[in-house]
Design a protein around this ligand. Structure first.
Ligand code: CUK
Ligand code: CUA
Length: 663
């Protein structure tokens, strides 16, 4: 047996040989009969760089990736977990949409509760889908702590919470006073709050309606500060508050950290307040919203806002405490700074000093500095106020620098070494640039374009490893490309998106791998070190209700299975264990209400069962130790063979039973 180190050295030698075009001898022994690495690369038509990339991303069988990427799933309404660097899909987590595998929203009580609570009467219908956009991992001292992740629903102004103990959705909050949300999701450095802001402003009227000619008077943006219960990760709306904003389209946002802790930054566009009307003699929104040369970066002193809310300087609006726009101005917790040409991203550097804004129609990134912002606020260094009376800081007083990076800059991420990486939608590229002295960059080297790499194609977001935190490590970058065009075979008219993995270890960015994303349009991802996911479990304590993570009152132990009739209601206390359900014959009468409490009494990791009844649209995953309740009216008579839906054991097919509904 060759030692592991010996093998690594050997592979290193092969890479060096590959790099110099030298074909070295055939491997013998442990590497199998495939010939030399060089000849394998050659036989598969790979270039040296591609072969090197393959080795960099390959994660051998049985080995784990160093990072886990938490990806939004766009219109699929889900979250996806992807290993980095292998880019293998690990799992899908349903948030806003029913899902068959996990049984989420397919009858199990805990998931039905979450989905039902997630649709308030703000909505015209009970919602069964969502457009997941921006995940926000919980943090401690500005670093990911692996406890919870929050994600917004772009379509309906909602936010979901996934518990990173069992990786299940535990809460959806439908936020009052805002109909839509977009990029305004972030967590404060100690997860005191998760923030979500509105996208299109909403009329702040009792019925949520106002004619568009009253846009300036009645419509308002909203910045929501949702208080987090540190035990459960759940949002406590009674301790939360909102800040009313001008009726601009609030966009990407980020929390201050370290130097800028206590502040938050929200970009915006359509400060023109265009409302469209192409068929009524007006301009399309895209034209009206791009008329001015500047929009506004919103600067919020959230610690001061929390004090103002605690002091009761709020009004109740649909069950939520709201700091009015006038109060926000009077209390000095809201300022604006001009942002050039249709800004999009607003990203805070790991040291907290710089806020980088990309302008979709400007070839520069504009870099603001928190020290300059604080000074300008203290000096009342304003160029004036906006139409609503919000002070506007002088552009030249708060901007530390601009870097010409290419066409269509959107979002910026960081490597923790003083550099930023910005996505260029129009150029289909990523540019690397240096920040300023406050990020450790030497005089003369600051605010310079350093590198550029093409991506395929039309990049939206990008994410670096731990790039939203104070611990950004600059190891990898993932480009989230909107178009894949020719990167994959023709497989129909709806094409996958394309994730591309880029190596940041060397002086030049190196494209390593393409990953098709055939399950919705992910908007944003965060990449966390696997070693931080320390709360993750793979078996529940016996008899756990996933909703509360505590013992369920209807948990059933082996030997205590029973059927109890109470009038027309039949309560079944059932257990599941390889490879049978107890009881396995259920006799009810047509019209009875059946309440099935099923407990998995397994305590072995991965010994998952499922429970499905044909014809009744019911399916639940029964993870080891889990209790689920399925409730239904037996309104169709028949003999129904219920069964276990997860291949759990050699006698999995025998794990079935009969539900006899007598006519
Ligand atoms: S936004 Cu900027 S490309 Cu919806 Cu985060 Cu997608
Ligand atoms: Cu239990 Cu299959």
């Amino acid at each position: 047996m060759r030692s592991v180190t010996g093998r690594n050295v050997l592979i290193g030698a092969v890479i060096v040989s590959l790099a110099f075009g030298v074909v070295i001898g055939r491997f013998t022994g442990g590497l199998g009969g495939g010939g030399s690495l060089a000849s394998i690369a050659e036989s598969r038509g790979m270039t040296v760089a591609e072969a090197e990339g393959a080795l960099k991303v390959f994660t051998p069988p049985g080995k784990y990736d160093e990072y886990v990427m938490i990806s939004s799933g766009g219109q699929s309404g889900n979250i996806y977990l992807v290993g980095v660097p292998s880019m293998r899909l690990l799992k899908s987590i349903p948030v806003f949409t029913p899902e068959s595998w996990s049984g989420y929203g397919q009858g199990a009580d805990w998931s039905e509760t979450i989905l039902a609570e997630g649709s308030s009467d703000k909505q015209a219908r009970e919602l069964k889908w969502g457009d997941t956009h921006h995940p926000g991992l919980s943090e401690t001292n500005g670093e990911y702590d692996g406890r919870f992740v929050y994600i917004n629903d772009r379509a309906n102004g909602r936010i979901g919470m996934v518990d990173l103990r069992d990786f299940k959705t535990k809460q959806i909050v439908d936020l009052p006073n805002m109909q839509t949300s977009h990029g305004g999701v972030f967590v404060t450095p100690n997860t005191e709050y998760v923030h979500i802001s509105s996208m299109s402003p909403m009329p702040q009227t009792a019925d949520g309606y106002a004619p568009l000619d009253q846009y300036k008077e009645k419509y308002r943006g909203i910045s929501s500060w949702l208080s987090i219960d540190q035990e459960s990760g759940k949002i406590d709306t009674t301790a939360s508050f909102q800040i009313e904003l001008p009726p601009y389209t609030q966009d990407l946002a980020d929390a201050g950290k370290l130097a800028s802790d206590g502040f938050a930054f929200i970009g915006s566009y359509n400060t023109e307040m265009a409302t469209g009307g192409v068929s009524e003699g007006g301009d399309p929104i895209e034209k009206g919203a791009s008329a001015r040369d500047f929009d506004y970066l919103h600067i919020i002193d959230w610690k001061k806002a929390a004090e103002v809310a605690a002091a009761g300087k709020t009004e109740m609006r649909n069950g939520m405490r709201v700091i009015s726009l006038q109060t926000a101005i009077d209390e000095g917790l809201l300022y604006l700074a001009p942002e050039p040409r249709s800004p999009h991203g607003a990203d805070v550097s790991p040291d907290g000093n710089y806020i980088v804004v990309g302008g979709k129609l400007d070839p520069n990134v504009t870099i603001y500095e928190i020290g300059l912002i604080k000074q300008a606020i203290a000096d009342k260094d304003f160029e004036g106020v906006d139409e609503f009376g919000v002070p506007i800081l002088k552009f030249s007083s708060v901007v530390a620098g601009q870097v010409e990076v290419g066409l269509g800059p959107l979002h910026t991420q960081f490597d923790g070494k003083g550099n930023g990486f910005v996505s260029l939608f129009l150029d289909s590229a990523v540019s690397k640039f240096s920040l300023g002295p406050k990020a450790g960059i030497k005089a003369g080297e600051e605010f310079k374009l350093l590198d550029n790499v093409k991506v395929n194609y039309n990049i939206g977001h990008l994410a670096t490893t731990e790039g939203d935190t104070v611990a950004a490590d600059g190891r990898y970058l993932v480009a989230l490309n909107k178009w894949s065009i020719d990167r994959y075979p023709v497989i129909g008219t709806l094409k996958p998106q394309n994730f591309q993995l880029i190596d940041l270890a060397g002086p030049k960015m190196q494209l390593l791998a393409d990953t098709p994303v055939g399950y919705g349009e992910p908007h944003y991802v965060q990449i966390i070190k696997l070693s931080r996911l320390t709360s993750a479990i793979d078996v529940y304590q016996p008899g756990t209700d996933p909703l509360t993570m505590a013992a369920s009152s209807v948990a059933t132990a082996a030997g205590e299975e029973r059927v109890e009739r109470d009038g027309n209601t039949v309560h079944v206390y059932m257990t599941a264990m390889r490879s049978h359900f107890t009881p396995d014959i259920l006799r009810v009468k047509k019209g009875d209400k059946v309440v099935l409490h099923v407990t998995s009494i397994e305590q072995t990791a991965d010994a998952t069962h499922g429970f499905a009844i044909p014809g009744y649209n019911l399916q639940a995953s029964l993870d080891p130790g889990e209790v689920v309740t399925l409730e239904f009216v037996a309104d169709k008579a028949g003999s129904f063979a219920f069964y276990c839906t997860e291949f759990c054991s050699a006698l999995h097919l025998e794990m079935q039973g009969w539900l006899l509904i007598e006519p």
